[in-house]
Design a protein. Structure first.
Length: 68
């Protein structure tokens, strides 16, 4: 039986610095959603045409279950 190679994209670390007032606003808006999930969703919304982009892996632990 042949094994399939993972098709997960290679992750590239980027350090993004936000002003304090941005972090405070994000924290108020995101509620119980993790910071990484909130920012990732915001970026994907900004890149509305996501055709051709790889599926971004989930970051962190304790992700909330997907809504049905």
């Amino acid at each position: 039986m042949a094994t399939q190679k993972s098709t997960q994209p290679q992750l590239v670390r980027k350090n993004v610095n936000f002003p304090t007032d941005w972090i405070e606003r994000i924290d108020r808006e995101r509620g119980q959603v993790s910071f990484g999930d909130f920012v990732r969703t915001a970026v994907l919304e900004k890149l509305a045409n996501t055709r051709g982009l790889s599926e971004m892996p989930q970051w962190g632990q304790g992700r909330p279950p997907k809504e049905r």
